[in-house]
Design a protein around this ligand. Sequence first.
Ligand code: NAD
Length: 356
Amino acid sequence: MTAFTYDALPGRVVFGPGVARTGLLNEVDAFGATRILLVAADSETDLARELCAPFADRIAATFSGVRPHVPVEVAESARAMAVGTDLVLCVGGGSTTGTAKAVALTTGLPIVAVPTTYAGSEVTPVWGLTEENRKRTGTDSRVLPRTVVYDPELTLTLPVDLSVASGLNAMAHCVEAFWAPRRNPVSSAVAEDGIRHLTAGLPAVAADAGDLDARTELLLGAYLAGSAFAVAGSGLHHKICHVLGGAFDLPHAQTHAIVLPYVLAFNAAAAPEAESRIASALGSADPVEGLRRLGEKLGVPAGLRELGLREDYADVVLEDILALAPADNPRPVTADALGALLRAAWAGTDPAKEIP
Ligand code: NAD
């Protein structure tokens, strides 16, 4: 019998090529905003000013000191500029959205977000702040952008390597949504469709970064991935990558892309519905094989050894991962089984053969 709890997240989404140039004024008007704090990184300031031209007289302040992972001093400077404003408008990637969220966290100001990457932060209520190299994260409904304007035209300039990296991160959110702790039929439907759009968009963008249809597919997939992740949360795959990232300073996106087929192989037999839905969305009879083929096309290394990771790494991280492994993972995470998964992911061997 199906039983579930689903906390739907509120928010308005306006999606389509050109909408940032034609529709942003309407979205800002909907809040009656007259004194807007614009948040955009230095490299996106010209674009942001262009988008805001129809209501330039309402931009009360512009914060451009965006830095990765929102250092607390950046958050404090942005908050100081927010005094007297009535709306935060952010234009940029996850770091820019994160800065706007830091402002909303303490001021309660509404956010209108215009994403220019595939990070997905704009549809989650999760904030992150970094202090002395330690990142703190939390969940607060005040930081969830009230309106998101998705315009694929704005992503045309995102380099292929960054596009592939954040698109594959989005794929990990979708696959993991099938067994993450707050999964439900709605998040699974969203995740399944997200996989479909990412599978179509990723190779097409890699082949031609200027293909607007491909950019549209990828941005739609990224939106769905962010939405699924926001509702379902993160599971075994994200715990493994989080521990590996902290212990060995590995490249975030590559680590995710390499490990994902192994976690899928680990869980698939215990989650047959997820297995068949992921396979169908990837357009492959076998989902693990489908993910590996997609990774190969996109230049993802086969194993963690190719990132320079030492062979005995599993011994170092096993206990930490076991401590974090979700209790309701479809398959119980034992030391033996996890060890086999980690060794196979290092060697880059066929996940179906190596994971018992
Ligand atoms: P980013 O925002 O740091 O941007 C990466 C680079 O791309 C920057 O140099 C930026 O200037 C540039 N850029 C952005 N858009 C561009 C475009 N259209 N054309 C050319 N260059 C462009 O990176 P990101 O991957 O978007 O975001 C990563 C951050 O987001 C991380 O800090 C991550 O933790 C956070 N994040 C948070 C959540 C959440 O739910 N809170 C979810 C996903 C990611």
